[in-house]
Design a protein around this ligand. Sequence first.
Ligand SMILES: Cc1cc2nc3c(=O)[nH]c(=O)nc-3n(C[C@H](O)[C@H](O)[C@H](O)COP(=O)(O)O)c2cc1C
Length: 306
Amino acid sequence: MANFKSLKVVDNFYQNNLFYPMPTVVISTLCEDGTTSLGSYSLVFPYYIAGKDYYAMILECRNSSNTAQNILKNNKCALNFIKDDRKYFKEAVRLGFPGKTPAEKMKDCNFELIKGEAEGERPLILKDAYQVIECTWDDKLENGYKAKEHIGELEGVEPPYNDFNGITSKFGCHFILKIDKILMEEKYADNLKNGLKANSFPNVPVDYGYHDSKNFWYKKFKGIRPTSEAIATSNACSVDSVMYCAERLDTKVKFTKEACEMYVKIPRPFMKAALLQIAEIAEKNGIDVIDREAALKIAEIRKNKK
Ligand SMILES: Cc1cc2nc3c(=O)[nH]c(=O)nc-3n(C[C@H](O)[C@H](O)[C@H](O)COP(=O)(O)O)c2cc1C
């Protein structure tokens, strides 16, 4: 028997029953008087990552929070990812204490705020975030907009509840947030583009939530360099299997063996889609035969598209 103990799953299991590593995000929202309010959040994850009309994040929060109330009112928010710095984390914990109005919280706020880049009236963003996602709540999914009828009900909302977008329980809310803009501090944007090394990553705090009523726990990142783990070459496909796939594509474009050699590391389940995308780029650029040179050119085009 492995050395495990079974735990009773309780409310807020992610912090009461687990050591769950999470990002530390300060969310800015727009108040009715046009000012920006900040609240701290960790339950913020990618939701639609591909294959949909748009990209989205999901936020799980208390429906009576200033953040939820503001999103219900005007649908806008910005997800500001803070750097690992004690003073920022201290401020995030202060902004994470429930029960204060936006005006009370914001009067002593240490974060410098600036305008973002997404269109329309928006909350300000944190100047010193390493990355910011400016978002709009998609209130059409699951008729989430019906939650707007409950704005101002801060003592708990009565059923019925939605399953995943809008008010989802007496005190809970889920928001599917359409990504309007991703803003990245310049040096990290360059690092993403130019290839990553151990020192390319921002210092980010990893938090573990409230494990007791006294402390909010997190792990500092400063001084710790990310380590890379090579993807096993044994996972690579054979050139023959790439060629087999390439020859069966319903496209005019042809692939040479040298070009196929360059694609052996594409995981098998993605091979057909990747080759189709490569062929489509070739067609758009007037390439009939993808040889090594054309493959390099297409790789450059795909890289710039990212
Ligand atoms: C680092 C950190 C992460 C937090 N993450 C969440 C979260 O994901 N969801 C949530 O409902 N509350 C979370 N909280 C608690 C909220 O910050 C708290 O409810 C706060 O009152 C929200 O501020 P607001 O009312 O101005 O939106 C977190 C607190 C801290 C310090």
